[in-house]
Write a protein that binds this ligand. Sequence first.
Ligand SMILES: O=C1C[C@@H](O)[C@H](O)[C@@H](O)C1=O
Ligand code: CO
Length: 303
Amino acid sequence: MASDVKNDIKWGIAPIGWRNDDIPSIGADNNLQQLLSDIVVSGFQGTEIGGFFPGPEKLNYELKLRNLQIAGQWFSSFILRDGLDKASEAFEKHCQYLKAVNAPVAVVSEQTYTIQQSDTKNIFTDKAHMTDKEWDELCNGLNHYGEIASKYGIKVAYHHHMGTVVQTKEETDRLMANTDPKLVGLLYDTGHIAVSDGDYMSLLKDHIDRVVHVHFKDVRLAKEKECREKGMTFQQSFLNGMFTVPGDGDLDFKPVFKELVDNNYKGWIVVEAEQDPDKANPLEYALKAHNYIENDLLKEAVH
Ligand SMILES: O=C1C[C@@H](O)[C@H](O)[C@@H](O)C1=O
Ligand SMILES: [Co+2]
């Protein structure tokens, strides 16, 4: 059965185009009210939580004024570094916050050994790999996160991510194979899998039944090539313009959207494009993304 596109799919845009949690200095003059109002102006229904967001009461108030919703929030998981008890305690607090802001999904990324914030590591070649024992620890831990999240009516969406221990399709396949489908879902991020593996359709097709959340991140392939040739870090790469909003780069979102719709995807698709807000005006790019979704994706899907 195909999705009922208008009712089953919600469209969001992440704060990352306005402000970036990994580089707090960029876009620091974009405050919460500005961000949320830009999201309304550009036509999206919601967003994800940024590191600078306030507590639930203040946030819910600002959201209600604008009829916006929260799709989810990134959780930096340290199961391998901290052990499951400590990591679970932090995750449970995360779920409590998500429940208070009515978010359906916790976006989980294991950050032990990540190089995504490194000032020196080449994001294209220097990622770490887990031992078999660490794989078991991570997968068991994620199942436990799933049990915690379900107490709050929240789903775990595991985010494969450049520079982390779960980056490639092969690694994501292994994670999916060794976690319980009832407890651990997949966040499919077009940009991360395209930069990691080139092929961005196979991951989606192979795990379509596990996808519980989606990030639409476009890639400027010429920029990616330049970043790769120069051996840049993750932050240098996105500040150099490797990512952009859907419709502005070189990925084809039509087959991606078709695959989701044909397989009855129900949930959020969140535009997520980290760039330097001084070079890429966040509202201009949000409008560009919305225009592409309306004119190139939705018109075809609805008719
Ligand atoms: O979902 C994401 C959250 C960000 O913090 C991250 O660095 C970005 O690349 C991403 O895909
Ligand atoms: Co993402």
